[in-house]
Design a protein around this ligand. Structure first.
Ligand SMILES: NC(=O)c1ccc[n+]([C@@H]2O[C@H](COP(=O)([O-])OP(=O)(O)OC[C@H]3O[C@@H](n4cnc5c(N)ncnc54)[C@H](OP(=O)(O)O)[C@@H]3O)[C@@H](O)[C@H]2O)c1
Length: 348
């Protein structure tokens, strides 16, 4: 008869009870995803091996880029596999560790979102400071979306005095891009999809001007906000906003090509801007951004953004939806502007 030590017995008792719910992609969406494209499944976790860590997710991220991974075909990241759990950013706490450097209670970020628990190798985890609360900030202003905003401004060397126009401005990337551009001494204009969001940009994020892109033609509203033109366009949206920005940009203006959410659910390719010729006549520069290319500068971002955050100069605005059962609805809600700031799902 073998005699197990108390911690070992507890561990086995815990493991035998632990199951994790997860969201799986069952069919590829055509157009706007619906709940029928997903299922909520359950798995029993394998016993922990040496050099592995068991993590319980506290918050998970839903992001527009995930829509692209739901399509078949190669992009800059592989498509999600049918029948498998989705992946994405998450922040959680270590429950059990058989790896050096991690102990129960540690807070970590990972790409194992869309599930309640997971087992990972240390290299798949990024430790974060648990004293900063709520931990969802590591999915927003101090996480991937905040870093996208920070990297975008670096990409085209945004500097004091620039007039910067940001579309999708009340979202996760947009509101941080605006706040950071203000901290760099820029004049900042934002567009978003409701009067409430416009107020948020003006009153809470310090934007100099903001407008509701649904309330009238974007170019007319942009021209009113920036009668002398803009130097930089931070594009989160594409479509009409990109076309308006091409018209409003000054000579040698710069565009950060970050996202094009207005086209993510298009069932066939949409024509590009009708005024692309402005690139030539105004000698414009348009640079594509993939935040993952900047991971070697994550420490620099965390130092700068973390400093602003602790000093109260950078706010983390979020919309929190509770429960893994609500995650699909939260994701679909991104396409109708249900979120102000970062959309996160609270799992515990
Ligand atoms: N390149 C990268 O590495 C990278 C990294 C992260 C994100 N991104 C991109 O950056 C953009 C913003 O991402 P996020 O995470 O910050 O999302 P988000 O802005 O927090 O959420 C999406 C927002 O897009 C707006 N929207 C939805 N449909 C729209 C439409 N047809 N026209 C205009 N606006 C629309 C909605 O706000 P309204 O109420 O204002 O419509 C919604 O709240 C996305 O395009 C995303 O793919 C790129």
């Amino acid at each position: 008869m073998s005699v197990r030590s108390a911690p070992e017995a507890n561990r086995i008792a815990f493991m035998s009870k632990t199951t994790s719910r997860e969201i799986r992609l069952t069919t590829r969406p055509n157009g706007l995803p619906t709940a029928a494209n997903f299922t909520l499944g359950q798995v029993a976790l394998e016993p922990l091996q040496d050099h592995q860590v068991l993590v319980r997710n506290l918050f998970m991220s839903v992001d527009p880029y995930m829509r692209g991974r739901m399509n078949e075909g190669k992009s800059y990241v592989p498509p999600f596999e049918l029948g498998k759990p989705l992946e994405g950013g998450a922040v959680g706490e270590v429950v059990e560790s058989r790896a050096s450097g991690f102990k129960p209670g540690d807070a970590v970020t990972s790409n194992f979102g869309w599930r309640e628990y997971f087992i990972a190798a240390p290299a798949e985890l990024h430790p974060v400071n648990r004293e900063i609360q709520p931990l969802s900030v590591y999915l927003g202003a101090l996480g991937m979306t905040g870093m996208t905003a920070w990297a975008g401004l670096k990409l085209v060397e945004v500097k004091a005095g620039d007039v910067v126009y940001i579309s999708g401005a009340a979202g996760a990337v947009g509101n941080v891009a605006g706040q950071l551009a203000k901290l760099r001494g820029c004049r900042v204009i934002g567009s978003a999809g409701s009067a409430e969001k416009v107020r948020f940009l003006r009153k809470e994020c310090g934007f100099d001007a903001a407008f509701d892109y649904k309330a009238g033609p974007v170019l007319e509203q942009l021209n009113r906000a920036a009668p002398d033109g803009i130097d930089v366009y931070f594009d989160n949206v594409g479509g009409e906003s990109l076309e308006a920005a091409l018209s409003a940009l000054r000579v040698h203006g710069r565009i950060i090509a970050c996202g094009g959410i207005s086209g993510y659910n298009a069932e066939k390719p949409t024509p590009g801007p009708s005024n692309l010729f402005n690139m030539i006549t105004k000698r414009l520069t348009m640079k594509g951004l993939i935040v993952r290319d900047w991971l070697d500068r994550q420490d620099e971002f965390e130092h700068e953004a973390g400093g602003y955050f602790r000093a109260g100069k950078l706010k983390n605005k979020e919309t929190v939806v509770e429960g893994i059962e609500q995650a699909v609805g939260a994701f679909i809600g991104l396409f109708s502007g249900r979120n102000v700031g970062k959309m996160v799902v609270k799992l515990v």
